[in-house]
Design a protein around this ligand. Structure first.
Ligand code: PLP
Length: 285
């Protein structure tokens, strides 16, 4: 695989980052994951806009002009012959060659920019979409700036492990009795044709797929309510689903052992998945 590090395209075995890089020592970095379908990037503008926001919130420098970032994405997709898959991009604050809590001087410290691809043949035809996900609920023990897409992913990883140990697929996180989001996705329930999902705030990541799916839902005259919902409300819902750049729209069929509806992926989730895949391919670059 060819990867990109700070201006160079390299075989992955030759890519190097300093051990003092602040992402390695302090999780001082942000990232984006953009999916690739048919060799094209899905929702690319949205991912770059969120990257810019994450960088601004953390006073981090832009690593490159955004036109250049598009070119790097395209070049990696081309050289690695990615038909379906993902492009991962990470920007870190870099390092001044030492470990210190205080940020290094931005005048003399360059950010680190890394990109790589992951091939996922048949990404849009995942058999999981036909079965739906089994979810457990766990406490949300993350920090308070979940709107910034940082590489600080230990708790979400632990959540996925808890789900796996319970024989489930993923976890929804709960704060004050209400669902915030999934470990790596936004969470939704459907009650009587109404789509309910938590409103944007610092409590959740502002999903790029979420924004597109809610827009498509409204355009299709579906009713959307943006508010917190409780885990009990979720267990009593007609259906559930999640969204993310790599899962698109994925139905949820079970929460903490409680079956939703008839236990099969619901009609709203299935329809939104179809609409999202159709519509987002039209604007793919
Ligand atoms: N919420 C969290 C915590 C995430 O990590 C992600 C994606 O990685 C999402 C939501 C979904 O965001 P997007 O649709 O932009 O992939």
């Amino acid at each position: 695989r060819t990867v990109y590090v700070n201006g160079d395209y390299l075989p992955e075995t030759e890519a190097k980052i300093s051990i003092f890089d602040r992402a390695f020592l302090m999780a001082d970095g942000v990232y984006e994951v953009t999916s690739v379908l048919g060799g094209k990037l899905i929702d690319f503008d949205g991912h770059l806009a969120r990257l810019e926001r994450s960088l601004n919130e953390l006073d981090m420098k832009k690593p490159a002009a955004f036109d250049d970032l598009l070119e790097i994405h395209r070049e990696l997709v081309r050289v690695n012959e990615i038909e379906d898959g993902l492009v991962y991009l990470q920007v870190t604050r870099g390092s001044d060659g030492d470990r210190d809590f205080v940020f290094p001087d931005p005048e003399t410290t360059e950010p680190t920019l890394v990109l790589f691809t992951q091939s996922k043949p048949g990404l849009a035809n995942s058999p999981q979409a036909g079965k739906g996900l089994k979810i457990i609920s766990i406490d949300d023990l993350r920090w308070g700036r979940r709107d910034i897409k940082t590489v600080q992913l230990l708790y979400p990883s632990m959540g996925k492990m808890m789900a796996k140990k319970a024989g489930c697929d993923d976890a929804w996180m709960i704060e004050d009795g209400h669902v915030t989001e999934g470990t790596s996705n936004n969470a939704y329930i459907v009650k009587g044709n109404k789509i309910i999902t938590r409103q944007l705030s610092n409590d959740i990541l502002h999903g790029i797929t979420r924004a597109a799916v809610l827009r498509f839902a409204r355009e299709a005259q579906m009713e959307v309510e943006e508010r917190p919902f409780t885990i009990d409300e979720a267990k009593a819902a007609d259906e559930g689903f999640i969204t993310s750049a790599s899962a698109f729209v994925m139905p949820v069929v079970e929460i903490d052992g409680q079956t939703l509806g008839d236990g099969a992926p619901g009609p709203v989730a299935r329809r939104l998945r179809e609409i999202y895949l159709d519509e987002s391919l039209k604007t793919a670059v």
